[in-house]
Design a protein around this ligand. Structure first.
Ligand code: SF4
Ligand code: SF4
Length: 187
């Protein structure tokens, strides 16, 4: 009676001279090595070469400006409340006369800081923001820290510069219905 289908018939055949010298096994091993030698390499020369991380990658935070270049953030604090890592802190200030071209709302974040050592890149700050002001870039990683002083990101590193606007194309995220906020306008 056969209990499993894994039983193998053992051959007691006499080995040839080539088999005794391991020639078929050596040639087979070399063939596998040569096959891999000509294959496309899966490794990249990071950091000189950077890989596309995909449309739903959550990377470096960015504080968006609107289409007129004004900061969108109104320092409401909802992102800080939503943050499970308590990584966000801010100081609100009132917009003064003449600053209408700088800040979109009457209240703005004079200080906005994210502790990148605490951040777990969950994206909840982005989800919570009613002003579409904070996003996690899909195309930029937070670099490795070498000093403890480098881990607090202030507005100087978070607010997007006018010549480096961040746009996440809706077409890129069309296949990711589980990320509803990603389909929002970023302008
Ligand atoms: S991504 Fe998550 S952990 Fe990081 S700042 Fe936003 S809410 Fe906090
Ligand atoms: S980024 Fe958005 S949620 Fe956070 S304080 Fe600014 S407006 Fe409010």
């Amino acid at each position: 009676m056969q209990l499993t289908n894994r039983a193998k018939q053992v051959s007691n055949k006499e080995m040839t001279l080539a088999e005794k010298m391991y020639l078929p096994a050596v040639v087979g091993g070399l063939a596998i090595t040569i096959k891999h030698f000509f294959r496309k390499k899966p490794t990249i020369q990071y950091p000189e070469v950077k890989k596309y991380l995909g449309p739903i990658y959550r990377g470096h935070h960015v504080l968006k400006r609107d289409e007129q270049g004004r900061e969108r953030c109104t320092a409401c604090g909802l992102c800080a409340v939503a943050c499970p890592a308590e990584a966000i802190s801010m100081v609100a200030a009132e917009r003064k006369k003449g600053e209408e071209a700088l800040y979109r709302e009457e209240k703005y974040a004079a200080v906005y800081e994210i502790n990148m050592l605490r951040c777990i890149f969950c994206g909840l700050c982005e989800e919570a923001c009613p002003k579409q002001a904070v996003y996690l870039r899909h195309d930029r990683m937070v670099p490795v820290f070498l000093e403890r002083d480098e881990v607090i990101y202030g507005k100087d590193r978070l607010v997007e510069s006018l010549d480096d606007r961040y746009i996440r194309k809706n077409s890129e995220v069309a296949t990711t219905p589980t990320e509803p906020s990603l389909t929002r306008s970023t302008t």
